[in-house]
Write a protein of this length. Structure first.
Length: 463
């Protein structure tokens, strides 16, 4: 997935897999690792790498195969192999096969991605991408594995070990001839993944990412003169990255419109702002079309569907929710558009979805709660949110928010617990929150909620 992760740009099929009834796939994976570390000829290693990639694509047993790749040391073996090949500029077909196998092995697998990053995979791909690549397929697989690692490893330390990776990705995102259209799309997706981390924001700005992302949005005509109904992959990835870079830095709390052109950043087709003054930008203002597409992206991520349709781009709900948060923070104009396009029912639905990964669950809860709070900057907006809550998933939403505030849900940071309690209080449930805190502090001192010291509820917004 992207914005999320991006899978290898090959059409997925119902791949032939080892018979699930057989129990010797562990032995077969071990054998593949031995082949990759041996002095076998290149053709044998290419076959082993292709077999690993094929197994990882399995819809039935792909995750088990990936787990075994980590347990049997095959991830480290592949990283070591590509490291040696890149140093010697070895067989290009073998390099291509190994990077493809690594891209599949780390795809949607946090442990494998972290292990590969710890063994220097980002440094390897950064060096390879910094040199002239004559094969678009190899460039695409290099970008793909880079994006998949970044998408799963939100740790800044891994990116900091390869500081040149951001300028390299900006270059590939801006020049189609470097890695073809597929490579350009993956590089843009990688920038969107980097923008999920607030600590990367300044680095992206310095590397010139905003100009590249803006230029992609400027490929479309303004909303009122365009009949485009579905965005391109590059547009959605650029939009996702741009709203997080700009929206997370706007001066929030401002209700009235900005008075100077330099105080606002506009998204509106070929009228999209091209420059960004980090010190003075107070508003991010989006057109209705982009807001609508972003919410369609969120809906698709919740439903497990690709967006744009008929692509292999599967959004990650918490990352899209973060984009929604930044749009809401950007301006009252955006919040009004989000409400008109049905943001509240989608946020409730996202809050209630269950994932197999507790980390993903915690992230989703965190960013949905933050989006809810960002949607309520005035008394009218608070009342709108309360009415939407009553009409859609009222009691389940209250129950979920209470669990988060209490610290017994997946998201347990003090920040998100305080904001969850804040949302409940703004919706007129301060008694429930105060009772929760009183019970925790007086009846059960070991409860996580007893450590929640202060509710950050602005007195001028209490109703």
């Amino acid at each position: 997935t992207s914005h999320g992760r991006v899978s290898v740009q090959t059409q997925r099929k119902q791949n032939p897999n080892p018979d699930p009834a057989r129990h010797n796939y562990r032995e077969e994976i071990w054998m593949m690792g031995c082949v990759l570390q041996s002095e076998e000829d290149a053709m044998a290693k290419i076959w082993a790498a292709n077999q690993i990639a094929l197994w990882c694509q399995s819809t039935l047993d792909g995750r088990r195969y990936k787990d075994e790749l980590r347990r049997l040391g095959v991830i480290e073996a592949m990283v070591g192999a590509v490291s040696q090949l890149e140093e010697k500029k070895g067989n290009i077909d073998l390099r291509d096969a190994l990077f493809r196998a690594l891209a599949e092995a780390v795809y949607d697998h946090r442990q494998n991605a972290g292990l590969a990053a710890e063994h220097g995979l980002l440094q390897i791909t950064c060096r390879a991408l910094s040199q002239k690549i004559h094969d678009d397929g190899l460039a695409e697989h290099l970008l793909c594995v880079t994006n998949n690692v970044i998408g799963m490893c939100q740790s800044v330390q891994h990116v900091q070990k390869a500081p040149e990776i951001i300028p390299v990705l900006v270059k590939f995102a801006s020049e189609k001839e470097l890695g073809g259209q597929g490579g350009q799309q993956i590089a843009t997706a990688a920038l969107a993944n980097l923008s999920n981390n607030a600590e990367m924001r300044e680095h992206l700005i310095k590397a010139g990412a905003l100009a590249v992302l803006s230029s992609e949005l400027r490929q479309l005509a303004p909303e009122e003169t365009s009949d485009v109904e579905i965005p391109t992959v590059s547009y959605m990835q650029s939009l996702s990255a741009l709203v997080k870079i700009v929206g997370s830095g706007t001066i929030v709390g401002r209700i009235g419109p900005s008075t100077q052109e330099t105080e606002r950043f506009k998204i509106d087709g070929n009228r999209t702002s091209f420059e960004y003054d980090e010190g003075s930008c107070r508003e991010l203002i989006s057109d209705k079309r982009s807001v609508s597409w972003m919410l369609q992206y969120l809906r698709a991520s919740v439903e497990g569907k690709p967006y744009p349709p008929d692509t292999n781009i599967y959004g990650t709900s918490w990352k899209v929710a973060l984009s929604v948060t930044c749009l809401a923070r950007g301006s009252a104009t955006n919040r009004s558009l989000l409400i008109d396009e049905g943001v509240w029912p989608l946020l409730f639905r996202t809050l209630h979805m269950q994932t197999r990964d507790r980390h993903e669950q915690a992230q989703a809860e965190h960013h949905v709660v933050m989006a809810m709070r960002a949607m309520m900057r005035s008394l009218d907006e608070i009342e709108q949110g309360r009415q939407e809550m009553k009409e859609h998933h009222g009691q389940p939403t209250i129950t979920s928010l209470m669990a988060i505030a209490e610290g017994v849900s997946a998201a347990t940071s003090k920040q998100v617990r305080g904001v969850a309690a804040d949302v409940l209080t703004l919706w007129g449930m301060s008694w429930h929150v105060e009772r929760l805190l009183w019970l925790a502090r007086n009846k059960n001192s070991d409860s996580p909620v007893s450590t929640l010291q202060v509710l950050a509820v602005p007195s001028n917004l209490q109703t």
